[in-house]
Design a protein around this ligand. Structure first.
Ligand code: GS8
Length: 122
């Protein structure tokens, strides 16, 4: 039976983009579902009941969430395709560091700008 893969996402999300790139790199076919984050679908609430956030990767009915965890899941499950992370442990550690840095610093900075209702044009 073919794998059933669904991605719950929101198109501008950098976290969703991670998984879209990973799925494309691995050549995995999937169904894309764009969520309205102001009116979350019952499927999102059911699949990610703890955080209620996108992205969620649903593989044969089972969810994997938090983009970095889902990324690792994709890499491990579709291991017949070239790996997403380097074999070298030091390079893998560096890649993980920068991914975590983006989560904690870059995204938070972007959120502060957005929340300050910054006006670009006057
Ligand atoms: C972050 C997901 C996230 O913030 C990950 O997957 O890496 N650490 C997580 N998702 C946001 C959309 S991206 O701006 C989200 O779902 N927000 C909805 C909410 O907070 O209710």
């Amino acid at each position: 039976m073919a794998d059933e893969v669904v991605l719950l996402d929101f198109w501008p999300s950098p976290f969703g983009m991670r998984l879209r790139i990973a799925l494309a790199e691995k050549g995995i076919e999937y169904e894309y579902k764009d969520e309205d984050l102001w009116n979350k679908s019952p499927l999102l609430l059911q699949m990610n009941p703890v955080h209620k956030k996108i992205p969620v990767l649903i593989h044969n009915g089972k969810p994997a969430y938090d983009s970095l965890i889902a990324l690792q899941y994709i890499d491990e499950v579709w291991n017949d395709k070239p790996p997403l992370l380097p074999f070298d442990s030091y390079l893998t550690a560096q890649a993980r560091f920068w991914a975590d840095f983006v989560n904690k610093k870059v995204y938070q900075a972007k959120k502060k700008v957005r929340d300050a209702n910054f006006v670009w044009e006057k």
